[in-house]
Structures are given as C-alpha cells and as structure tokens.
Design a protein around this ligand. Structure first.
Ligand code: ACM
Length: 628
C-alpha cells in the first residue's frame, strides 16, 4: 500500500477531533488530507447578480472579520487564488436533493459550499463557522493561524419543523436579546422561533386597535422568588415590571429572523391564560367586574377569572382585529392560538354560555371550547392563516384544518395524526427546557426533571402514525422561573443542542458518547462567545426507592468516566471519601448526602449537598419519565 493511501485510511477511520465536529450531526462527514489556512488574500466567490446569496456571504465575511482581522472580499468575478466558493445549483442537486440541504468541501486550496437554495447555503456557512477554531466565536481580534482540517460534508434535515419556543410573557426579554436568541437558534439549524407573546402575566405585542393591551396588560407588580408563592399585588402598588414589542420592533425582528432563515410563529394564547387581556378589557370576561390584575406569579384561577367568554360576541370582534394585526406582522403561514389549560368554571356559571350551549347543542364546556376554537379557525382562515394550538384543542372535537402541538406527552399528537391532522411534537416528557436538568436541590428553582440524555433520546415520530403528518418537533422554554437572559441560555444549553440533533440529524447517526465530546467542544466555544450553559451533566442523577421500609439511594451518571465520592457525615467529599459503587442506605441521623463527581482525578461537577429530607420526599420520583 502506498504511504499516502495508508495515511488517508488511518485519518479517515480515526474519530473526528474537536476541530471537525458539527452540531447538529451532519448526514455524512469524511475527513481528507491537509488543511485550509485562511490568509489575507482569501476571497469569497458568489454567483452573479444574486443579492440573497451575497448577504449570506457577507454574513460569513463579517463573522470572520473581527476575530481573524481579515475582511474577506465578496466577489462575483472569476475565481482566482484561494477562495471560499458559494454555488447555487439550479437543477435539483443530486446528492442533497432537499430544500435546506448543502454540501461543504474543504480542501487546502478552496472551500466549496453548494446548495439548491439560499437556506442551504446559509446552513453550509453555519457548519463552516463551527469548523473554525473556537476563537472565531469571540468578539475580539486573535493573532493566530486560522485553519480548518480538510473534510467533506453532505447534509440535509430530517424534519421540516425544527422549533424552539420562548415565553416572553412570564418574563420580558428586550428586542436586542430576541435577536441574539435568533442568532443562537440559527447556529444549530433551527428554523422556527415560536414566540409566546401573551399570557396571564403580560401581553407583549402592540395592537393598535386595542391600546390598553400594552398600556395596561404589559405591566405587573415587580416580584422575585418562587413563582408559585409570590405575594399578590398590594393595594395601591404600581405595576412597574414588564414591557412589550411595538409593531416596528416586531417588523424588525421578523426581518432579522428571515435573514437567518428562521420563521417566527406568533402565539396569542386564548381563551385561557388571558388575565392580561381581561385586566385591560374586563368586558371580555363572563363574570365581569373590574377586579382583574396582571398576575405576578401563579394563582389558582378559580379565584380570579382568566378565560375569555365564548358567548360574548365582542370576544370574536376582538380576536378578529387582533389576528388581523398579527397577520399583517408575521408571514408565517400559521398563527398559534394557545388553547391550553383553560379554566371553564366561569363558563359553567354564565347564563349566556349555558344559553349558547343549548342553542348549539353543545353537551358541556369542553365542547364549548371546541366551538370557540372552530370560530377562531374561521377568523384565521378569512385572513389566509392556518391554526395551530396546544393539544387541548382536540377536546370536544378538533377544528377541521387545525394542526396540533402535542405537549402532554405524545398522546395528543398520536390522536391528532390518527384523525389525519398535522402535528408538531413538543412533549413535556422530552422537550420542556424549563425543567431541572440536574440535581433539583442544586439547580435554580423550577418544577420537574428533564435530563440531557432524555432529550437526546427523544423520537418525534411515534411508530403508530404516518410519518408524513409529523411536521417535526420543538423545545419549549417557559419562563416562570427564568428572570434574565443568562438563565435563558443556561436552561437552553446543552439541551437545545441535543434537540437540534433530534430534529436535524439522521436517527441512525445518533451517538450519545460522541455527542458528549461535541458538547464539551461547544462548552469551550460558548465560553468564547460569552453564552451561558449548564454543566449539570457532570452531576449524578440521585434516585431513591423504597425497599420494604428502607429508603435506598442510587446514583447514576449520564456520561461515562465519572467517579462519584460521597459523605453522609456533613463533611465535604473529595477523592478520599467513599466512592459510590452500589445502592446505599441512609445512616441513622444523617442530615445531608454530599456528592462530588471527579473525572481523571479532578473534581468536575458541582458539590451536591442534598438534604436527607428531600431524599425521602422524592422517593419514587425522577425515576422513569423525566430522568433517563
Ligand atoms: C403548556 O405547557 N401549557 C402548553
């Protein structure tokens, strides 16, 4: 065997090193010999007369300009010298025959990015940026050799709908952060940003026909601390926390997202979750009165009405105007109308609702909600929009053309698909990014557990349904317990990386151990980019189970190669403490179980300090559904 051929084989069969890793995992990636070194005379070459491709090329040039100190010229003239070449294939591209697919070839002399659409070229650029050294993520000039190992990539997505939802009602995030969030989604080839714009705790979109939605509905009393235990507004207290996006802001963000090949799905959550609407316009409630106040935390809605009144014609006039303005602002073919968790107690007590139910032959208030959703669907279709809602819209009968977002596990999605309706899978059991990702006593307060490995194991297409009805999937980031943008990022990563692989990569390419090496690579890149993330994957999952009257403790690591040292005597564990081997009993009178994980002889996780009481309280929890 010739030496060169032998070397090539050795290289190709060895695992990809950090500098060749891409998230989400491409369909195919092969190493080759040599490397491309970026130099001051490198050019970006684009096809003639295509302004959209020019923008993508300029985006690459701008991304490289600050860290490398080289602003690559973007040229339409014939290729000369070292170049990065953008090619738009006019006929169906034989290898990457999909709209968002691309190929990327890196050789010592040139880099070729080919695609059938500008979106494909954009994703080729995103992969290319990930192949540059981590310093490319930083905002400052770095004097170094900028090189990428030679390789070739062929890539296209598994699902057309690859979404992340951000709730901006429970906490408000300003326009500039929303743009940065969109940049982050684009890095990992998400193409849908579901914007949860309204809820009980704030209405966030300017509606010119109903100005009080924002002058009143966007503001609540300031509160911090446990969402579920917050003090109610006090007499005379000013609602000073909040904010909203003007229609100009929204146009700017929509255009910005389009330039990153992300569509924005707006959500106006009705008929439940509407306390902010009712605070501004109490006449849209059933029971009326002027007692409404935008909520500053959680409150049970038996005490305070938070649902629009389905027997009130003014509600449909209101929705017609609101959805009319929303339609003008968002080009997405769908509008999300919410439909979840609607408390119907006030409908039961309303004489008008009872009369409407009688007139329409509706057996109960669940069917009354279905009546409401069907009317909303008519409003949307009169504006050329399709309806999507949470899986409660199945109850009482699905509207004729509705698409279902399945959140209470995958049950609703399966049911909708069986009725031949399209589905987006976003089950709380795999895709709720607001849940704890590590040991709950060591994490910022939230309410249930969803470890990284569980997200990585998410399968959006259930075996029992036609795969053509599953449009894709989505991660949901509710922000009850997420008061700032750093914490948004902490909750997103690394779980959103796992989700990007679920939604983009081929199922048979999933490889947990390799994903973990890529995650660690991304950690270093995020450090450069000053983006926050969680390292909870280094902390064990501590499970408890009753055996007879005894409580047994089990520690599981999500990743290989961790050693877990623990104490029950109150001291801080280190590598001289007992090492976890098998299930443990709790010694009498112990107050804390403390754990420290090590890798390669060095502490790596947080020092966990779990009250023994909490171990008893959680007996049997976190074991199957939300752990891994
Ligand atoms: C939801 O989590 N209420 C959709």
């Amino acid at each position: 065997m010739k030496l060169v051929k032998f070397l090539a084989l050795v290289l190709w069969s060895s695992p990809l090193v950090f500098s060749q890793q891409i998230i989400p995992e491409p369909v195919a990636q092969q190493k080759a010999l040599g490397e491309f070194v970026l130099t001051a005379d490198t050019r970006i070459h684009i096809p003639k007369g295509n302004a959209e491709v020019r923008k993508i090329a300029e985006f690459l040039a701008m991304t490289l300009a600050i860290p490398t100190g080289v602003k690559l010229p973007v040229l339409e003239t014939p290729k000369i010298g070292k170049h990065i070449n953008f090619k738009l294939e006019s006929t169906p591209f034989k290898v990457v025959g999909q709209e968002e697919g691309y190929s990327l070839d890196i050789t010592p002399k040139h880099i070729d990015i080919k695609a059938q659409t500008p979106a494909g070229l954009f994703y080729g650029v995103q992969s290319l940026i990930q192949l540059f050294p981590k310093q490319v993520e930083g905002k400052k000039y770095q004097r170094m050799v900028w090189k990428i190992p030679s390789s070739s990539v062929i890539d296209y997505p598994r699902y057309a709908w690859r979404g992340i939802m951000l709730d901006v009602s429970r906490h408000f995030f300003p326009k500039e952060y929303i743009k940065s969030f969109i940049d982050q989604l684009a890095r990992y080839k998400f193409n849908t940003f579901h914007w949860h714009l309204t809820d009980d705790q704030g209405w966030r979109i300017e509606i010119k026909s109903y100005p009080k939605l924002t002058s009143v509905g966007a503001w609540r009393v300031p509160r911090v601390g446990n969402w579920w235990e917050r003090e109610l507004p006090q007499e005379g207290e000013k609602p000073t926390y909040g904010g909203f996006y003007t229609q100009e802001d929204i146009k700017e963000i929509v255009a910005y997202a389009q330039s990153k090949y992300i569509q924005i799905l707006p959500e106006i959550d009705v008929p439940g979750h509407s306390l902010a609407i009712l605070t501004a316009y109490p006449e849209l409630s059933c029971a009326g009165g002027n007692k409404f106040q935008v909520n500053a935390g959680w409150k049970f809605y038996r005490d305070v009405e938070n649902s629009l009144c389905p027997s009130n014609e003014k509600v449909y006039e209101f929705l017609d105007k609101v959805f009319g303005e929303v339609t003008e602002l968002f080009p997405h073919p769908y509008i999300h109308i919410g439909g979840d968790e609607c408390y119907k107690g006030y409908w039961e007590k309303s004489a008008e609702c009872q009369a409407l139910m009688k007139r329409e032959g509706l057996k109960n208030t669940v069917e009354l909600q279905s009546y409401f959703v069907k009317r909303v669907e008519k409003i949307l279709s009169s504006k050329g929009k399709k309806l999507i809602g949470w899986d409660e819209i199945l109850e009482g009968g699905l509207a004729p053309e509705a698409t279902v977002m399945s959140w209470r596990g995958d049950k609703g999605g399966i049911e909708a698909a069986k009725q031949n309706h399209a589905v987006v899978m976003t089950p709380n059991t795999f895709a709720y990014l607001d849940l704890y990702q590590g040991e709950p006593t060591a994490e910022p307060m939230t309410y249930d557990l969803l470890r990284l490995k569980r997200v990585y194991n998410f399968e959006p297409t259930p075996a029992s349904v036609s795969s053509s009805l599953i449009l894709g999937g989505q991660g949901n980031l509710w922000t009850e317990s997420i008061p700032n943008s750093r914490h948004v990022e902490y909750m997103m990563y690394p779980r959103a990386w796992a989700l990007s692989e679920v939604l983009w990569s081929k199922k048979e390419k999933r490889n947990w151990d390799y994903f973990i090496t890529k995650m660690e690579n991304q950690f270093l890149r995020m450090d450069e980019a000053s983006i926050s993330y969680s390292r909870s994957v280094y902390d064990p999952l501590v499970r408890t189970m009753k055996e007879g009257t005894n409580l047994k403790i089990e520690m599981l690591s999500e990743i290989k190669g961790l050693d877990l040292y623990y104490t029950f005597d109150g001291t801080n564990p280190d590598a001289f403490s007992p090492k976890y081997q098998s299930k443990l009993d709790i010694p009498k009178n112990a107050s804390f179980l403390k754990i420290q994980s090590y890798r390669g002889g060095k502490p790596i996780g947080q020092r966990l300090s779990i009250p023994v009481k909490s171990l008893y309280d959680r007996a049997g929890r976190y074991n199957a559904d939300f752990g891994f």
